[in-house]
Design a protein around this ligand. Sequence first.
Ligand code: SF4
Length: 383
Amino acid sequence: MTNSPESMGIYIHFPFCRKKCSYCDFYSLPITAPGVLNQYTDCLERELTLRTSECDLPLASSYLGGGTPSLLPPQDIERVIAAINRDYPPSGEREVTIEVNPATVDRQKLADLQRAGVNRLSIGVQSFVDRELTILGRVHDSRQGHQCIDWAQQAGFTNVNLDLIYGIPGQRRSDWLATLTRAMDCGPQHISAYLLQLEPDVPLAREIATGQQAMLTDDQEADLYYEGRALLLSRGYQHYELSNFAHPGFQCRHNLTYWRGGRYLGVGVGAVSFDGRQRHLNSPPLEDYMAALLNGTPPPRQLLETLTAEQERAEAFIIGLRLTQGIDREEYCSRFGADALGPFQDAVNRLAAQGLLVVDDRRIALSPRAYFISNVVFREFVD
Ligand code: SF4
């Protein structure tokens, strides 16, 4: 893994979606006016230029997420990537990812993205069971998911992630394992498997509250997690983060920046930046963000939090545990000037005695039986 806090990432948020999925509480908007995508791209270019001074480390990755950034025409995506390369000159090979919704691309568009400089795709397949895609309110079906992967490979992409969701209402063990098997049969280098988690005000949560759908039990969800993990491991994927699996050398560099406590620049409305101590949000609404940049001024920003030294240590400890290799004690010590155990010694001893943490001279890591209940462990390290 080449990422370290000595490099940074840029996250570009694209807030538009064709239709809101039933489980989504991200900041995403319908496209209401023709030309808005082009104007939004203008704003991204301007913001990138305005913020160069905030990036004083080599840029290891850029990530176009959303929303549905694959709704942008390839020439707009090319403009954004060109602006990053112009204002943040590459010092080495850079990972450039775009999230792709299978319903928004065709063979030509994926080939154009390759030419534009995208070298990694994250395809939001979510499931290969159409009934589940309907429950999730996705705008594509399983056939389009397959087709998108085929086109990506034909276009020459050799670094492809598939996003999958488990714990969907009514999902049977056989459905989940079939989705995973079909996903692996497509040969992606990376698979993300996320548990469906619902905020109370999303449509699917309301369907559950009114009895139209039923969530799986915690035990059923845990079984899906561990059976899915075993299947992925049996096919040569390495489990490197709680929800992420990759062939050797294909871990997501951009996300590793987050998980290793690194800094990142968030560009676009709704994007969050982290400078190592403070988190800032590019505040919605979209209209204010665009009006500011089209007038040549910085967009409105909101300070979300300032970490104290203790919070910084605790946060690095917790997100470090998300990686299956755990916390590198030497690296942690050189960053904070103290051993990772420090104030956490009692909690670590207790959790190790329960078989939830594995501790040796070099590392502190979750044990596999703690992976699905990681939040229970993390709570021990928060005031
Ligand atoms: S495509 Fe993604 S961001 Fe858009 S509504 Fe669906 S889950 Fe939300």
